[in-house]
Each structure stands twice: as structure tokens, then as C-alpha cells.
Design a protein around this ligand. Sequence first.
Ligand SMILES: [Zn+2]
Length: 208
Amino acid sequence: MNSAPNYFYPFRMGRIILLAMEEVLGQSEVNTVLNLAHLPNYIDRGLAYNQDQKLPFEHISRIQTAFELSYGPKAGRGLVLRVGRVCLKYGLRAYGSELGMTSLAFRLLPLPSRIKVGSETLAGLFNHFTDQRVRLEVDEEHIYWHIERCPLCWERQADSPCCTLAVGLLQEALYWVSGGKYFPIEENTCIACGDSACTIVIDLTPLS
Ligand SMILES: [Zn+2]
């Protein structure tokens, strides 16, 4: 029996992942992945679920693993990255206005401030509304997005960093915040590889 404490995403956030999966994969492939994850209950995308429903970290992690079982590790992680990118759109729809990220005042900030405020706001969203823990570290050229309690690789073991959903989400967030610039973003350490945190490094020099 697993006696570890249970950690959750509120269903409002979990549903963002399910909607993004459907946009990337189409409904029948989503069903395949959810069946492989032994989570057929989510097949209706949770539309019938009430607001109090929660998504345990184990389930979030199992969905990531199911992508890799279904498509192979490389393609599976690539698809999860795309799902992460699409999550931003649904995330802004669900949380954007209450976080102020869609406000004119935010959009008028100079780019470095927008990136700083945007990443702090996004980290705050996870820390406040979910049991995921994110710690930001910033130097002149980088933002280090340390996920210290990570649902994506929860109780997983992997040979290389595997939290590509977070990488995709941050890629798209930076793209959106900067008005269309690409920033190199990479997960350098991962709890599934035995590291103490899943650290995603954002290089603040855009590619274009
Ligand atoms: Zn992780």
C-alpha cells in the first residue's frame, strides 16, 4: 500500500490537459491513451465532473507514461510537448483574466518585465491552486523553473528528463508573452532521474 500523501490538481486545471490532448490527438486517440493509462473515467473529458473533482498526481503522471507506451518514448514525449503548448490557450481561458495576464496593463509592460511578471504569475498559479510546487530562480540570462513537487513524473523513473508538458507550456507562454519570439527551453534535471527537482532552464536570449 502506498502511504504517501495524496497531491492533486483541481479538476479545472486537469481538464485543461484533457482538452489540449483532444485538440492535439483527436478524440479516439485520447481514448486510447486514457485506456492505456487505466483512466477510462476521464474519457468524457471531465465535462460532466463537478468543480470539486480533483486529479491526483498519480493520474497525471500515468497519462504522460501512456503517451510513451502508445507512441514510443521519443514521439510520445514530443506529443506531450505539443499538448503542453496547447494547454496555454485553455489555461489563459480558464485563469487568464483573474491573474491579470490578459489585461492591457500587463501587455503594455516592457518585454523583460512581462517575462518576469508572467513567469512569477504562472508559478504562483501552480503554487496557489495546486499541490505542485514551483520555485523560480533568475539570473541575468536565464530563468530556472524548479518544479520541486512534480505531477508529470510523479513516482516515475526515467533515463532522461521526461516532463515535456511543462517544457511545452513554458515555450508557448514565452512565445505568447513576447509576441512571437522563440526562447531555448530545456529540462536539465528531473525527479524521475533521481534529481531533487525537475528544473527547466529558460534561456532569455530569443532565437529570432
Ligand atoms: Zn517532473
